[in-house]
Design a protein around this ligand. Structure first.
Ligand SMILES: Cc1cc2nc3c(=O)[nH]c(=O)nc-3n(C[C@H](O)[C@H](O)[C@H](O)COP(=O)(O)O)c2cc1C
Length: 151
């Protein structure tokens, strides 16, 4: 089974949400359950207006997960930034690692993630790769709390 990566950026419409934090928590919990079944790992970076999601797994599962996210009414203008085979998973320890890069949570973010958050809609393959590598570095450093991210 060969490994495939798909990374997309989308506008995230929070207007219909009573509580964006609750909504994100619920979506993450559900996504992690589904991803565990599908063998999909990855990460999601949330900005004030956009989501950048990195998915890794076998090609069919990754494409299926992207289709599932595409059908979600909270996401609009989905654009694939990067897609193709890869040698190894960046986020092997997490069914969906979450990075809050909204403007009031940006302190302490890696510069690569802050740069992506400042212009998510204009993200290039190099920008998402650098940001995701920085996120993965943080995840791998957090061995003690990793169990919590596996839910
Ligand atoms: C920002 C975002 C990220 C998502 N990520 C995933 C994912 O990683 N895996 C997945 O299977 N579905 C993902 N989805 C889709 C949701 O799992 C699904 O559409 C949502 O929970 C609605 O579920 P429901 O049909 O039970 O209401 C995502 C949706 C959004 C909005």
């Amino acid at each position: 089974m060969s490994l495939h990566i798909l990374c997309y950026v989308a506008r995230f419409d929070a207007s219909a949400m009573a509580s964006i934090d609750q909504d994100i928590e619920r979506t993450l919990a559900r996504s992690r359950r589904l991803n565990r079944m599908n063998g999909v790992t990855g990460a999601m970076i949330l900005t004030d207006t956009a989501v950048v999601q990195w998915l890794e797994g076998d090609e069919a599962s990754v494409v299926d997960t992207f289709a599932c996210a595409s059908a979600d009414p909270r996401l609009a203008q989905l654009r694939q930034v990067l897609r193709g085979p890869a040698a190894e998973r960046l986020f092997a320890p997490s069914w969906m690692y979450f990075v809050d890069a909204r403007s009031d949570s940006r302190a302490g973010l890696a510069p690569e993630i802050a740069a992506l958050a400042a212009d998510a809609e204009g993200a290039t393959p190099a920008m998402v790769r650098a940001a995701m590598q920085a996120a993965a570095k943080r995840l791998h450093a957090c061995a003690a709390t990793r169990a919590a991210m596996l839910v």
